[in-house]
Design a protein around this ligand. Structure first.
Ligand code: PRP
Ligand code: URA
Length: 209
């Protein structure tokens, strides 16, 4: 059974408060999304296994820990997930990166697939799917289904703001997936935007509105 972890770290809470502000500009928004991704990544990688390895310091031989076993992959859901990739890679620089292209149909709010390219050996990797927003849950559920169809087994989902509905929908569809959330907001509005939220994450990262 996957776990649901909501971040309570003061740095994350402060930074999320900053990106919610409507006056926060594209540059600051983008930089802060990346910093928050880095901090969530720190928590989401807590259970990675370690192994002992013998090394030599300038003083003597000793045993240290290094990451063992599985290799990692970061998979952003386009577009807004791209904003979290740099922060993730600054923590796990050797991870491979895949891309899943989905957009929400403005009338139905259902995800529409337009792209999928993931590392060939993704089935053997620990996969971190990233998207700042988990609203109805449709995009996350579809992205993870696409990954499972391609053999991925060890999947974690990282987002910055989630609506309660999105969390329930994702847990129900993919109960094996760990979910890491920066903040759980109150609700969705009539257009399935998160309230209070931060608006359209893709538009705010890329300055398209
Ligand atoms: C946003 C967001 C998620 C999705 C969340 O993307 O980045 O992918 O909506 O909503 P859901 O949980 O209801 O599916 P959007 O469809 O606006 O595409 P964009 O990132 O290209 O702007
Ligand atoms: N996608 C966004 O970018 N923002 C929301 O509030 C909901 C979906």
């Amino acid at each position: 059974m996957g776990k649901v972890v909501v971040m309570d770290h003061p740095l994350i809470r402060h930074k999320i408060g900053f990106i919610r502000r409507k006056e926060t500009g594209t540059k600051e928004f983008r930089e802060t999304i990346s910093e928050i991704a880095m901090l969530i990544c720190y928590e989401a990688t807590r259970d990675l296994r370690l192994e002992d390895v013998e090394i030599e310091t300038p003083i003597c031989k000793t045993t240290v820990k290094q990451l063992a076993g599985k290799k990692l992959a970061v998979i952003p859901i386009l577009r807004a997930g791209l904003g979290m990739v740099d922060g993730m890679l600054s923590m796990i620089p050797t991870a491979k990166v895949g891309h899943i292209g989905l957009y929400r149909d403005p009338d139905t709010s259902k995800p529409v697939e337009y792209y999928c390219k993931i590392p060939a050996d993704c089935a053997e990797r620990e996969v971190f799917v990233v998207d700042p927003m988990l609203a109805t849950g449709g995009s996350a559920v579809e992205a993870i289904s696409m990954l499972k169809m391609r053999g991925c087994k060890h999947i974690h989902f990282l987002c910055i703001i989630a609506a309660p509905k999105g969390i329930e929908v994702l847990k129900e569809a993919h109960p094996d997936v760990d979910i890491f959330i920066g903040s759980v907001d109150e609700k969705l509005n009539d257009h399935n935007y998160i309230v209070p939220g931060l608006g359209d994450a893709g538009d705010r990262i890329f300055g398209t509105k």
